[in-house]
Ligand binder design. Sequence first.
Ligand code: ZN
Length: 383
Amino acid sequence: MQATMSFDIPVEYLREAESIPSFWVTSLEEIAARLDADVSKGSVGVLGTSAGGRPIEFVVYGNARAGRGTTTFSGALGCKDIRAYLGPDHAKRVYMAIGGVHPGEFEGIVGIVNLIAVLETGADLRGKPWPDLLAAAQALDRIVLVPVTNVDGRARMAPRMLPHRGTDNAIYQFFGTGGWAPGRNIGWPACKRNIPLDFSTCAFPGGYPNDAGVNLAHDDFFGAGRQPETEALFALTARERPDLILNMHTGAPPRNFYTRMLRPFTEPLLVPVFEDLYRAIHTRLAVAGLQSSADPALEADPAQARPSVFNMNSALSLHCGALSVTIEAPCHAFSGTDRTGKVVACDPDATLDAQLLCHEEAMKFLIAHGGRAAWGPVREETG
Ligand SMILES: [Zn+2]
């Protein structure tokens, strides 16, 4: 079992931030304890077991779609009526968010844990109230949240929060992509060259892979060796048939070091929906002072969205019809620059605000634009 291997991690790399804010909840133990103690309006479940045998916890709110459709998702596209897949509850709005697919990317985990606090108490773990977010959530039928998807990767990485190291991201990258040796990171995108990664070939495999060595974002989605985490997500999304999935990562562009949404490789029908969502979220972030400029015409232009390759979002989308998008946060452990080249200050508080605003705006989008049944295709049966 790869998981039991010992790794060669320099002590300095394992040093945590000197003061970790109380809202910064990222370890599996902390999250499990919080879900146990704090969740009463929602319900906590286990959606599956990782390659390393760990439970993957999730939280749901509201009422799921009841009943089943009469055909597969592909069949629904073929007969040009998505309702034939979604079933009698096609008009319900189902919101889903997942964190920690890459569990060294803590920001999205912190965001979902704080979102759960808002749904339970109206305030995040700082005590800051989010009345509009709560109202948006209450207007939806169902919310499905997975704080940490790759629990094996999270268990492999000891620190809860890394110290900020200026513009140097080398140690942070070691925890993400892993290192062939200390000082020689596997690096990005080279880390995607070996899936599964044989842990005996490196000093530390990083947080990307599960214990079978697979970066879940790039699983063999149609293969016989599909990973249990992917199977669990497929089963969950087939059951829930979400309209929208926010897949929260850390990886803001180095020269525009702000929260940015990526363009998914997805169904053509969903492209205009994605572009409207992109405009909504980036406008909100720009107006809130959480982009490089306050100018929505610049920040919220979907032509700027960096395109993704075929990955987990594509697979989830083509599995259950959801629009599934990645949002890349700036990292707490180093700084990039804004559009003008000025180094961006590191502010975990602002990062949490951006996370919660993304969820709020995405929920409002779902209320205003309907869900998959409104996005189509929808055709009445004739003759
Ligand atoms: Zn990532």
